[in-house]
Design a protein around this ligand. Structure first.
Ligand SMILES: Cc1cc2nc3c(=O)[nH]c(=O)nc-3n(C[C@H](O)[C@H](O)[C@H](O)COP(=O)(O)OP(=O)(O)OC[C@H]3O[C@@H](n4cnc5c(N)ncnc54)[C@H](O)[C@@H]3O)c2cc1C
Length: 408
């Protein structure tokens, strides 16, 4: 019987699994359909690779059963992660909001050093090798790759998700899992830009710091605060990515959604009205648009004033009712969300292989002995900030370790 441990996918999760498994004495083969190793790692964190986050909390993780991550995250926590990368030669430094990056600020450093370690441990890579199917035959697994049938002892499905379809993501990992009876929690894009019904061309390119709240009918679903970027198609920016999972999930079930953006989150309604009243004393004949300029971006000032039909009116002439309406508009810029930008631009895939069917400590399938899962293919996704990569590393380490420990 073959003693080979096969890893499908040379991404974040597959690479660390390969290292751990090879270190524990396994003969490891990695099959990757791309011609390059770690292609997605290279584009993470705007090319800087946000490896992990100092503030590791369960609340950053999502899925049908988020606490599934506990075992992996306890075993491979932030300190272990730092030590792991330091041993490879990657020194991590802290950026904003606890995010940890390689000191080089280059994701290629992470890939280069992971690959070097794999090669040092004699891990064999098979690039441009897409695994089309996996079957169980007697005591081994049979992989159908590039018109060949390969017999291996254990298999790790580390095929990632559907995000960034341009990087040739396909749903193969889910299909491989289904073949062994696994169920797939419906997938939808997360950390993704949102498309609005309203035409926002007039304010395209305007970036603000604000808060954004999502409503399904009139029920508030989620709230975030941070950068919001208006674009031709809708909205982007960190606060938008933060709420996008909830929006994308609701859209999956055809729910009607709108968001309210507060351009003056630091002011209550009363405070904002007082501020505007004060400014009115020195309006000196300015149009409402010009009068708002200095408080908010001029394009946004015109957009909001025009929506209330007061853009050419003199600010001095606004009566109390009009001021109240203006305050409401500034604190409740309402957009109807009709779609997301989809998997093509999403950073991560929500949904995936049902965690109830996987052992959270070993990452082994509960339905098929010798079959393992790790990373984004599993029904776990996370917030922005290094949490998705941390899950990929942590689950990969656990899978790699148990693959080499278990005798099938
Ligand atoms: C633009 C962008 C920026 C991001 N930035 C960050 C960030 O800064 N921090 C963070 O934490 N997360 C970030 N992420 C998310 C992070 O990249 C993923 O969560 C992580 O890469 C998942 O690792 P993985 O190993 O599960 O999958 P991947 O890294 O996607 O690797 C899966 C690999 O499997 C291969 N494969 C798939 N099917 C087959 C098959 N049948 N046969 C052979 N090979 C196959 C794929 O080609 C791929 O190389 C970002 C994602 C994107 C798209």
């Amino acid at each position: 019987m073959s003693s080979i441990v096969a890893i499908i996918g040379a991404g974040a999760s597959g690479l660390v699994a390969a290292i751990v498994s090879a270190k524990n004495g396994s003969k490891v083969h990695v099959y990757e359909k791309n011609s390059k190793i770690g292609k997605k790692i290279l584009i993470t964190g705007n090319g800087r690779c946000n490896v992990t986050n100092k503030h590791m909390e369960l609340s950053n993780y999502h899925g049908l059963n988020p606490s599934f991550v506990n075992s992996s995250l306890n075993f491979f926590n932030v300190s272990t992660c730092k030590a792991f990368f330091l041993e490879l030669g990657v020194e991590l430094v802290e950026g904003r909001r606890g995010r940890l990056y390689p000191r080089s600020l280059k994701s290629s450093s992470v890939v280069d050093l992971l690959v070097h370690e794999c090669r040092r441990l004699h891990v064999e890579f098979f690039l441009k090798h897409e695994v089309k199917s996996v079957d169980k035959k007697d005591s081994s697994f049979v992989l159908h790759v590039n018109h060949k049938f390969l017999h291996v002892k254990k298999v790790l499905i580390a095929t990632g998700g559907l995000s960034m379809l341009t990087l040739s993501s396909r749903d193969s990992g889910y299909e491989l899992a289904k073949h062994f009876g696994h169920t797939i929690i419906p997938t939808h894009p997360s950390l993704v830009q949102l498309i609005s019904q309203e035409n926002l061309k007039a304010i395209s390119g305007v970036k603000i710091k604000g808060s954004i709240e999502v409503f399904e009918n009139s029920k508030s679903k989620i709230f975030a605060h941070g950068d919001i970027l208006f674009t031709d198609y809708g909205i982007s920016g960190s606060a938008v990515l933060d709420i996008s999972r909830v929006v994308s999930y609701s859209l999956l079930y055809k729910k009607v959604l709108h968001v309210k953006i507060d351009l003056f989150f630091e002011y209550s309604k009363e405070q904002l009205k007082n501020l505007l009243k004060k400014r009115q004393l020195h309006a000196n004949g300015k149009s409402v648009t010009l009068w708002l300029d200095g408080l908010i971006d001029p394009k946004l000032a015109y957009f909001i004033a025009k929506s209330l039909h007061v853009h050419v009116k003199k600010a001095d002439d606004l009566n109390s009712k009009e001021l109240t309406k203006l305050v409401y508009a500034l604190k409740n810029l309402t957009l109807h969300v009709v779609d997301t930008k989809g998997f093509k631009t999403a950073e991560v895939t929500a949904g995936g292989v049902n965690t109830l069917e996987i052992d959270s400590q070993t990452m082994e399938s509960k339905l098929q002995q010798g079959l393992f899962f790790s990373g984004e293919v599993v029904d776990i996704d996370a917030n922005c900030g290094g949490y998705n990569l941390h899950w990929a590393w942590a689950s990969g380490v656990c899978a790699g370790k148990s693959m080499s420990e278990m005798q099938v």
